[in-house]
Design a protein around this ligand. Structure first.
Ligand code: 3BY
Ligand code: FES
Ligand code: FE
Length: 411
């Protein structure tokens, strides 16, 4: 694989409803194409708003080669910039998180305001224009407690997502959440294997004993279809909608994101080993404890669970062709007190175990795919519609973003 014509041929070689040919999972050139055509073009979920609760908080995130600096300024707005000084390019902030009223470059101390303006640069001469050397902005938006950035010159319109997020997520009152815990793990697998694994529950009964206490592994609920083939799903949706809680399956026309609210098993209300709530403070205007989980995915890098007592934001970032970071953020109501309203171990134990089980699964998946014995295998039409939907989205997006000549050659 050396150029986009090869990539186009590789896309052609993909069999429908089958896992991808091996190079998609381990070839450095395909990985680079993923970074250039997927990760540098679309909106990427980078942080929960509650990670930057106060003005003068900075956060950095690495998306491929791009280091991005997020800053919440005094006006309350979060902005994103390339984390590269306009003098000689030094990285401005090396730490994951910082608190500072200004951005001071560690090299020669050029100093920027949190809105990106260059405030001070020593001895640059009369002709120097500070105005022309502000930080380079990166598209950034904050939607219902989630911060997204887009590295492309022109970013896709987020208004449709904003409108639906306001319906499905606002009842959980994301502005009044706090981070209870955050975990970051590295999985030795291609990022697509992490996403594929998330998009099915075919593996759940065999691998997730703790999750399966309350999470239903019914493919009609968690698969690609609109969950209306499940009576349990239909009943849950209409009960929630009757109570004023938007819950019906909705997917964007480009299939980049979707929302659906699904029930837990039996009397379960949360991800706990006894099925009971993990936090005593019910979120926002959620009408009852057993509201289930509103599942929200946003490709290429996030899936989320909105419950009556907590919110889980998952962020996936590629590190290398066979290495991916998965960050999980557990959020509870701002006024919930640890040790009183929630116990941290109880709140986090199910998904800490589940994440580790998923890590093992996808690492084994990667190892098996790396073998010369690997050939793409069939997805289950019953269980793996979600995987197929993700892979369809991926192939379609990659092809759409291929440089024009290669696209022509493929037509
Ligand atoms: O976290 C999720 O959304 C998915 C749904 C199916 C498997 N996994 C638990
Ligand atoms: Fe930042 Fe010189 S590189 S001040
Ligand atoms: Fe899993």
């Amino acid at each position: 694989m050396s150029n986009s014509a090869d990539l186009s041929a590789l896309l052609d070689a993909r069999r429908p409803w089958h896992s991808l040919p091996q190079p998609f999972y381990n070839d450095p050139a395909v990985y680079q194409a993923d970074l250039d055509l997927i990760w540098s073009r679309g909106w990427i979920f980078v942080a929960s708003s509650a990670e930057l609760p106060k003005p003068e908080t900075l956060l950095t995130v690495q998306i491929g080669a791009a280091s991005v600096l997020l800053a919440r300024a005094k006006d309350g707005k979060v902005r994103a910039f390339h984390n590269s000084c306009r003098h000689r390019g030094s990285r401005l902030c090396a730490s994951h998180k910082a608190s500072a009223p200004k951005i001071v470059c560690p090299y020669h101390q050029w100093t920027y305001d949190l809105d990106g303006k260059l405030l001070w640069a020593r001895e640059m001469g009369e002709d120097f224009s500070a105005q022309d050397h502000g930080l380079r902005p990166v598209h950034c938006c904050e939607i219902q407690g989630m911060i997204y950035v887009c590295l492309a010159e022109t970013a896709a319109d987020m208004a449709p997502l904003e409108a639906q997020a306001a319906r499905y997520l606002a009842p959980h009152d994301p502005a009044n959440l706090k981070v209870a815990f955050q975990s970051r793990i590295v999985e030795k697998a291609n990022w697509k294997l992490v996403l594929e694994n998330n998009r099915e529950c075919y593996h759940c009964s065999g691998n997730h004993p703790a999750l399966c206490v309350t999470f239903p592994d019914d493919p009609n609920l968690v698969g690609a279809d609109d969950s209306s083939s499940s009576n349990m799903g239909l009943a849950h949706v209409s009960r929630c909608e009757d109570a004023g809680l938007p819950s019906k399956y909705v997917i964007s026309p480009d299939e980049r994101w979707r929302f659906v609210r699904i029930p837990f098993i039996g009397k379960g209300v949360s991800y706990t080993l006894d099925g009971k709530a993990a936090s005593a403070k019910r979120l926002g205007s959620v009408p009852f404890d057993d509201a289930g989980s509103c599942l929200f995915f946003h490709y290429p890098n996030s899936w989320n669970h909105y419950l009556s007592d907590q919110v889980l934001n998952f962020r996936v970032l590629p590190i290398g062709p066979e290495e991916t970071e998965v960050q999980t953020t557990w959020l509870v109501r701002k006024d919930a007190v640890e040790g009183v309203d929630y116990d941290l171990k109880r709140l986090t134990e199910v998904w800490i175990a589940t994440n580790d089980e998923d890590r093992q699964i996808v690492e084994e998946n990667q190892q098996g795919i790396n073998s010369p014995g690997y050939v793409p295998g069939p997805y289950s039409q019953i269980q793996e519609g979600g995987v197929n939907q993700f892979i369809d989205w991926y192939c379609r997006t990659l092809r759409e973003n291929l440089p024009a000549p290669a696209r022509l050659a493929a037509e």
